[in-house]
Design a protein around this ligand. Structure first.
Ligand SMILES: [Zn+2]
Length: 410
């Protein structure tokens, strides 16, 4: 199949797919089924009974009341179920995962997690540890890494990437998800839209820093962001819910295809993580909106060769400091060769893309109900904090190499 055909496939076709890609990698999607439909959670028993009878059923607290009866409705007497709750938590940690893990029976053969991002991280973490299959019933629209084989959890205020196992089956019940989407539409969109900047960085690294990445993954990222922009312009409907989850799953597939960034948070994701740890009371959507706004302004300054920020030049890619301060192993995967000529040749193209990203920012901002005023100093502190821990790639790495961050602020 050609790259183009692959990239245009609906999400349901990606389940269990394996193929040799033009990027040189053999890609495999470990999620066997992606089901997005009304009443999808009715299929849980059908899939679960093939996996085992001893079940650990885990709910995120905020979905428990609304989903508990529906999830178990068709279970009959097949399963021996232990139920646990993930407490409402913005910085879901390894420690909390361990506490929930301790509640599971030793002979657990199947894990079913209900919720969004946190439920997904738990499922990946626990199924990897136990070596069992698991089902993700996705009703919260805040997760863009479902298909990846790692999980991200907090430890000492640092978000870490750990080994994890992607779900065997993903069931998005649109009837249930509809209400939850309405509650936090902004997060639902932000999860997708933040990848606009991420895609920009990948293209930049590809053109200027000679980084190799997968064209199919890039296409999936760009298409998902474009689809979400179009969706945001239309009135909210049941169709919006299906489309938004499809966008989030396609982004997770793109992440699964792109090996380059698998061991590190980079760019906007790193920045968002740093903001989350500093301002845990804000919703993810609000944090992403701010990160988009601040970072894209920095990007524009760099592209215009007019960088007014000051930052220690050694802040980027300093594995020793990250290890000493936070006990985090940061891998220097970005050994790119910068090509100045390529930068000059593409500068107009980058400017056009940043203009597009400015439009995305406005879209994000228009979805925020309460306005948050972030002073540039606060944003800058956060940038410093995240460069303590996470290496940057793409444009920020370039700016650092060029010494733009060494210039003095007046
Ligand atoms: Zn590829």
């Amino acid at each position: 199949m050609t790259d183009n055909r692959l990239a245009k496939m609906p999400i349901s076709n990606w389940g269990g797919l394996g193929f040799k890609c033009r990027c040189g990698n053999l890609h495999e999607i470990n999620v066997k089924e992606f089901v997005i439909q009304q009443g999808a959670c009715d299929h849980t028993a059908h899939f679960a009974k093939k996996m085992g009878k001893t079940m650990h059923l885990v709910f995120e607290q905020k979905v428990f009341e609304k989903t508990k009866d529906k999830v178990v409705k068709k279970f009959g007497k097949i399963f021996d179920v232990t139920t646990s709750i993930i407490k409402e938590q913005n910085l879901f940690s390894i420690e909390q995962c361990e506490q929930i893990f301790a509640q599971a029976k030793e002979q657990t053969k199947v894990i079913v997690c209900v919720g969004g991002y946190n439920a997904c991280q738990y499922g990946k973490y626990a199924s990897q540890k136990l070596g069992v299959q698991w089902i993700f019933i996705n009703v919260l629209p805040d997760c863009d890494d479902v298909a990846t084989n790692y999980c991200t959890l907090w430890k000492n205020k640092v978000k870490q990437i750990l080994p994890g196992k992607s779900p065997d089956v993903v069931l998005c019940d649109t009837a249930l998800a509809y209400d939850f989407c309405l509650d936090d539409l902004q997060t639902a969109f932000a999860v997708v839209l933040q990848n606009g900047l991420f895609a920009f960085d990948r293209v930049f690294a590809n053109k200027v820093q000679n980084a190799k990445n997968c064209d199919v993954a890039n296409y999936l990222l760009a298409t998902s962001v474009k689809n979400a922009i179009n969706l945001a312009k239309k009135p909210f409907s049941k169709n919006t819910v299906s489309e938004l989850f499809a966008c989030q799953y396609l982004i997770s597939v793109a992440k699964c295809l792109s090996v380059a960034n698998q061991n590190n948070f980079a760019g906007i994701h790193a920045f968002t993580n740093a903001l989350q740890s500093k301002y845990p009371h804000y919703t993810f959507g609000q944090v992403v909106c701010v990160a988009n706004d601040v970072l894209s302004k920095i990007y524009a300054q760099v592209v215009e060769n007019n960088c007014l920020l000051t930052i220690d030049k050694d802040r980027f890619l300093h594995e020793t400091l990250a290890l000493k301060k936070f006990g985090v192993q940061v891998n220097p995967v970005f050994n790119f060769e910068t090509n100045d000529k390529a930068f000059e040749q593409n500068v107009e193209f980058f400017k056009q893309n940043l203009a597009l990203i400015a439009k995305i920012n406005n879209l994000c901002k228009s979805m925020i109900k309460q306005s948050i005023s972030w002073q540039s100093k606060v944003a800058f502190d956060c940038l410093q904090l995240c460069t303590d821990i996470y290496p940057f790639n793409g444009l920020l790495r370039y700016a650092n190499d060029k010494g733009y961050f060494d210039k003095q602020n007046d």
